[in-house]
Design a protein around this ligand. Structure first.
Ligand code: BES
Ligand code: MN
Ligand code: ZN
Length: 495
């Protein structure tokens, strides 16, 4: 899907479809008014018949409107309010793309940036338009001979918004495209079946990404991890026939002297729970347990395509959590790379085990900021549902920046506390720390476990268990939190 800016007025544009907004009481948006006038009030006459309900996202497709070079006009309802909220604006864009997808419309003029959204400027609307349209046009790659037909809407043009510079708009579009490409990669990786998307596959994908985007790639093998003393990560990998990998990707967009941001993504390619086996229902969804890693892949790709002037390093611990004769037992004690010994009381709390060693390893990059991202706990889904990722940090400013980045993009994260008191539940009679506390505050105690390994760094943790994928009919990876990360990194880079 391509996007471009059109200087022409909408009633003059030769296109398969012009998309305009209409609000309750048949109030036409500025572009709709212009079309209506050129069409001898054809639109307002039709609307009087009541065919377009005043509900955000309802659409009405008109053919052969007189007086217009456009072949069709798509009316999209903007509901009853004068100004929309963020969500309504996205609904509008999604509805427009969905209603044109599968029709003969290959190119369309979207006159939607003119619609007022409370507290948001043209730049925000343009970016959201591109991202939402791309998200709507995304197709899952099927593991089958027959693929779903791609989105037929291939070209979207946008009338030049008032008071904007064309060069800035072009930059904004290509940047949004880069983010959308990153999200698509994240979704593609997340959606793959776990027999194909193994740790080795992720390592290969990193090498491919490295070649395409000039990233330096390192893949640490099991023997290397043993030498480094990554007892926690290796304890998770022990029950699987798939060898574990520790993938490192380097993007250098700034001077060497500039300390990097390090992103650490949980890459469990399948989580059976191990010996603490999970129940059968929905276990297939545990193929999404590598979505943290996938979001780091997507962010890396987006940042490289945007050429952000920052240094960014990805660290991805990846393995499978399987039960077999060599699997870790509940009660086993291992030594993590940090030196802390861990009593593994529940082998299903494996994410924190691979992450703690990856976080310790990442210290060597002397990060300015380190952020890990993981489908870490079911408890986070109970706490925040599918709206927001759980957000933890040992630095309030960092927490606020990530929260704000999530709010701006609609890829939200919400802060939860990391008080020392939560460490209490992680005490072990036999080792320095246990890998689980009780059920209360499960997302917080998981984050508190990780906090023990990041004391020397400015660190944040995103628990994306509730937001990284959808279950049920719409089952699939969402591409979150790539938008949040990109916004945070763009803001950081001052661009
Ligand atoms: N990958 C799961 C967390 C998860 C659960 C993600 C549901 C998405 C949806 C994680 O490894 C896990 O199993 N966590 C346990 C921790 C518990 C044993 C303390 C959980 O949440 O039940
Ligand atoms: Mn688990
Ligand atoms: Zn897991």
């Amino acid at each position: 899907m391509e996007f471009s800016i059109k200087a022409q007025s909408p009633e003059k544009v030769r296109t398969a479809c012009v998309v305009v907004g209409v609000s309750e009481g048949r109030r036409l948006s500025p572009s709709a008014k212009v079309l209506d006038a050129a069409a001898g009030n054809h639109l307002s006459r039709l609307l009087k018949q009541g065919d377009l309900p005043a509900k955000v996202g309802k659409t009405l497709l008109l053919h052969g409107v007189p007086g217009l070079p456009a072949e069709r006009v798509l009316l999209v309802s903007t509901g009853t309010e004068k100004t929309l909220n963020d969500r309504d604006f996205r609904t509008l864009v999604r509805a427009a793309v969905q209603s044109l997808d599968g029709t003969g419309v290959k190119d369309a003029l979207f006159c939607l940036v003119e619609i007022p959204v409370a507290g948001r400027d043209v730049e925000w609307k343009l970016e959201q338009l591109v991202l939402t349209a791309r998200e709507t046009g995304y197709r899952i790659t099927r593991v089958a001979d027959q693929q779903d037909p791609p989105c037929t809407l291939a070209q979207i043009s946008i009338p030049t918004p008032e008071k904007t510079k064309p060069a800035a708009l072009a930059t904004l579009i290509s940047r949004s495209q880069a983010i959308a490409n990153g999200m698509a990669l994240t979704r593609d990786l997340g959606n793959l079946p776990p027999n194909l998307c193994t740790p080795s596959y992720l390592a290969e994908s990193a090498r491919t990404l490295g070649k395409q985007w000039k990233l330096k790639i390192e893949v640490l093998e099991q023997a290397h991890m043993e030498k480094l003393g990554m007892g926690a990560l290796l304890a998770v990998a022990a029950g699987s026939r798939q060898p574990p990998k520790l993938i490192v990707m380097h993007y250098a967009g700034a001077a060497k002297s500039q300390k990097p941001v390090v992103l650490v993504g949980k890459g469990i390619t399948f989580d059976t729970g191990g010996i603490s086996l999970k129940p059968a229902p929905e276990m297939d969804e545990m193929k999404f347990d590598m979505c943290g890693a996938a979001s780091v892949f997507g962010t890396m790709r987006a940042v490289a395509e945007m050429k952000l002037p920052i240094n960014l390093i990805a660290v991805i611990p990846t393995c499978e959590n399987m039960p077999d004769g060599n699997a870790t037992r509940p009660g086993d004690i291992v030594r993590s790379m940090s030196g802390q010994t861990i009593e593994i009381l529940n082998t299903d709390a494996e994410g924190r085990l691979i992450l703690c060693d990856a976080l310790t390893y990442a210290e060597k990059f002397e990060p300015d900021t380190i952020i890990d991202v993981a489908t870490l706990t079911g408890a986070c889904v109970i706490a925040l549902g599918h709206e927001a990722a759980g957000l933890f940090a040992n630095d309030d400013k960092l927490s606020e920046k990530l929260r704000a980045a999530g709010d701006y993009t609609g890829d939200r994260a919400w802060p939860l506390p990391l008080w020392e008191e939560y460490q209490e539940g992680l005490k072990s009679n036999f080792a320095d720390v246990a890998n689980v506390a009780g059920r209360p505050g499960g997302t917080i105690t998981a984050a508190s476990f990780l906090a023990r390994f990041t004391r020397k760094m400015r660190w944040a943790h995103l628990d994306i268990a509730g937001v990284a994928y959808k279950g049920g009919r719409e089952k699939g990876a969402t591409g979150r939190p790539v938008k949040l990360f990109c916004r945070y990194l763009i803001q950081r880079s001052g661009h």
